[in-house]
Design a protein around this ligand. Structure first.
Ligand SMILES: [Zn+2]
Length: 539
C-alpha cells in the first residue's frame, strides 16, 4: 500500500496538543478515580504505550482482587507480556480455573501493534468488568486479556505508521515485532518468543474455550463499522465452525445493530472496488493466522477487524461493544459453549465415530450457496479538473449490493487421517515444535517393526520469494506401504488427542502450512528421490 505522510496540519495538532508520556502517566496515577486510559486522557489523540498499559493494570489490580496480572511470556526486547485474569471469586492458576467449571474466554489485542484499538478497548473493558457495570459477567466466565501482545511493535510509535486512517494524530506502533516478524503469521512455525509464550502459557495451560483476536483493517472500503471472521480452515471441528458461523456471529451481529446501531458482517473486500457486484471475498484459510490455527485446535474463535476509516475513538468504541457483546453472549451460553468444545475434544478420542476419515491439504476459496447483501460506499466517476482524466471518488453514502460472498474454503486435495505418525529420533526439531504446540508426542521405549505408509519425495520446491525469513517449501511424491523398523527412542504421535487435527496439518508432507512449508525438513528431503522422515500408520 502507498505510504503517505500525514498532512502538516495533523502534525502540528499533535505537537501542540499531544501530551508527553509522563504527563499522561502522572494524571492516571495521581488521580485514583476515575481510572482512564491514555486514549481517554489525551481525548483520543494518542494511544497507550507499554508503560501506560502496565500502570493502568497495576492501578486496577491494586483496587480489586478480581484482577490478577501475570506475564504469559517476554517479548524479544525483554518486556514481560501482561496476561490479565478477571475472575470472582479470584482465581490465580489455570488449574483452579479448570476446576471452577466456568467458561474461559481470552481476548488478545495488538498482535499488529499499528492496530491499537483493541488494546484501548481491552483496557476499558477490564475496568468495566473489574470495577464497573460488566462485573456480573464473572458469574459465568473467567476472562483473560492480553491487551498488548506485540509490546515491542507498540513502542515504535510514529505518525508515519498507518497514515491513511483517521487518527490517533500522535501515531501508532508497527505491525511486526522487534525482529520484523508478523506475529499473525507465526502460529504454525512458532519462532517468536511472543507466539511461544501465547501458545505455551495461554492456549496450552489456561486453555480458553473461546478466543477473540482484535485487529483494525488495512484499508479496505466498505460500509461496515467492524467485520469479523470465524475459523476459515475447514479442517477444524465441523460443529464448532458451524456454531460460530451460523449461531454465535449472527446473534452478535444482531445485537450490534439492534443495541448499538453498528453494521457488522463477515470480513472481506470487494473483489473489484469499482464493480462491487462482482463479489465479496474473505482472506486465507491457512493456520499461520490465529483464527484458523485456533480452529484446528478445536476451540471457538472470532477475529475482529475495526474499520480503518472510522475515527480513532469510534474504532475503539465499536471494538469495545463487539467484545462486550461476545462476552455477554458467552455468559448467557456458557454451558452450551463449554459442552460444544468438550464434545469436539471427545470426538477425537480413539474409536469415536466423529473423527475425520480424511482431511484437506490444499484448499480453494468458494462462494456461500446464496447471494447476500453487502454494504459498500457509493463510488462516483468524475473528471479530474487538473488532468482531465476520469477518476473515481467515494462518497459517504452507503449502498447495498446483492452479490456473492466468497467467504468459505473447500478442500481440493485430501488425504487419509491416520491413527498415528512415526518420527525417527533424528528429527528432534520437529518433535520439539510439536511439543511447543502442546501436542502429545510419545518416545517409544522399544523397537517397533511395522508396516507403515512412506511418502517418497520426488520434488523439493522452495519458493523463490522470501517470506518471514523463510523460503516456503512444498513437496510432491507418492505414498507406498512398506515394513520399516523404528529403533527404540523413535517417536509416535497419535492423532486421537484434542490436537490431532493440528498434528496432521503440521506433519503431513503435502500440507500447505506445516513443518515442510516452514523448512523443518529441508536437510532431510533436499536431495530427491528420498523418503520423507515421518511415516504414517497404515489403515
Ligand atoms: Zn491485523
Amino acid at each position: 500500500m502507498k505510504r503517505l505522510l500525514l498532512p502538516l496540519s495533523a502534525l502540528a495538532l499533535s505537537t501542540l496538543f499531544g501530551l508527553g508520556d509522563s504527563a499522561v502517566r502522572s494524571e492516571i496515577l495521581d488521580q485514583p478515580a476515575p481510572l482512564r486510559s491514555r486514549a481517554e486522557v489525551s481525548e483520543f489523540r494518542e494511544t497507550s504505550r507499554y508503560a501506560d498499559v502496565t500502570d493502568f493494570l497495576e492501578a486496577i489490580a491494586s483496587r480489586t482482587k478480581r484482577v490478577q496480572v501475570k506475564a504469559f511470556g517476554t517479548s524479544r526486547e525483554g518486556r514481560p507480556l501482561p496476561l490479565v485474569i478477571l475472575s470472582e471469586p479470584a482465581i490465580k492458576t489455570p488449574e483452579s480455573a479448570h476446576r471452577s467449571g466456568k467458561l474461559r474466554v481470552f481476548v488478545m489485542a495488538n498482535i499488529h501493534a499499528g492496530e491499537v484499538e483493541g488494546k484501548e478497548a481491552s483496557l476499558h473493558l477490564i475496568r468495566e468488568i473489574a470495577l464497573g457495570p460488566l462485573r456480573p459477567l464473572l458469574k459465568d466466565l473467567i476472562i483473560l486479556f492480553a491487551p498488548i501482545y506485540n509490546a515491542d511493535g507498540n513502542e515504535r510509535v510514529s505518525i508515519n505508521n498507518r497514515p491513511d486512517q483517521k487518527g490517533p494524530v500522535g501515531g501508532v506502533g508497527v505491525r511486526e515485532n522487534a525482529e520484523g516478524l508478523d506475529l499473525n503469521r507465526d502460529f504454525m512455525k512458532l519462532e517468536t518468543p511472543e507466539a511461544n509464550g501465547l501458545v505455551g502459557e495461554v492456549l496450552n495451560r489456561w486453555d480458553p474455550q473461546l478466543i477473540v483476536d482484535l485487529h483494525t483493517t488495512n484499508g479496505s472500503y466498505h460500509g461496515y463499522a467492524l467485520t469479523y471472521a470465524p475459523p476459515l480452515h475447514p479442517g477444524g471441528d465441523e460443529r464448532l465452525i458451524q456454531m460460530t458461523r451460523e449461531e454465535i456471529l449472527p446473534a452478535i451481529r444482531k445485537e450490534m445493530l439492534d443495541r448499538y446501531r453498528y453494521q457488522t458482517y463477515f470480513y472481506g473486500n470487494f473483489i473489484d472496488e469499482h464493480h462491487p457486484e462482482k463479489g465479496w471475498k474473505t482472506f486465507d484459510h491457512r493456520p499461520r493466522f490465529g483464527n484458523n490455527y485456533i480452529g484446528l485446535r478445536n476451540r471457538l474463535t472470532i477475529l475482529s477487524e475495526a474499520y480503518a476509516y472510522l475515527d480513532f475513538r469510534a474504532r475503539i468504541e465499536v471494538t469495545q461493544k463487539f467484545v462486550q457483546s461476545i462476552l455477554e453472549y458467552a455468559a448467557r451460553h456458557a454451558r452450551v459453549l463449554s459442552r460444544a468444545v468438550a464434545e469436539a475434544d471427545h470426538r477425537m478420542r480413539p474409536r469415536r465415530s466423529g473423527k475425520p476419515a480424511e482431511l484437506g491439504l490444499r484448499f480453494a476459496n468458494r462462494p456461500l450457496p446464496e447471494p447476500v447483501e453487502i454494504l459498500g460506499n457509493e463510488v462516483i466517476s468524475e473528471i479530474d479538473p487538473e488532468t482531465n482524466a476520469q477518476r473515481f471518488r467515494r462518497t459517504d453514502a452507503i449502498i447495498s449490493y446483492r452479490t456473492q460472498d466468497f467467504g468459505i474454503f473447500e478442500a481440493t486435495e485430501m488425504t487419509r487421517f491416520p491413527h498415528a505418525y512415526y518420527i525417527p529420533s533424528g528429527q528432534m526439531a520437529a518433535v520439539e515444535k510439536l511439543r511447543a504446540h502442546g501436542i502429545m508426542v510419545e518416545r517409544m521405549p522399544a523397537r517397533l517393526k511395522a508396516k507403515v505408509e512412506v511418502f517418497r519425495v520426488n520434488a523439493f520446491k522452495p519458493s523463490d520469494t522470501p517470506f518471514q525469513r523463510h523460503h516456503e517449501t512444498s513437496l510432491s511424491g507418492d505414498w507406498f506401504t512398506e515394513v520399516r523398523v523404528l529403533p527404540a527412542g523413535s517417536f509416535r504421535v497419535r492423532t486421537s488427542q484434542p490436537l490431532g487435527r493440528l498434528a496432521f496439518y503440521l506433519l503431513e508432507p503435502e500440507s500447505d502450512d506445516g513443518l515442510v512449508d516452514w523448512n523443518f525438513f529441508d536437510t532431510a528431503v533436499r536431495e530427491v528421490p528420498v523418503d520423507f522422515p515421518v511415516y504414517r500408520s497404515r489403515p
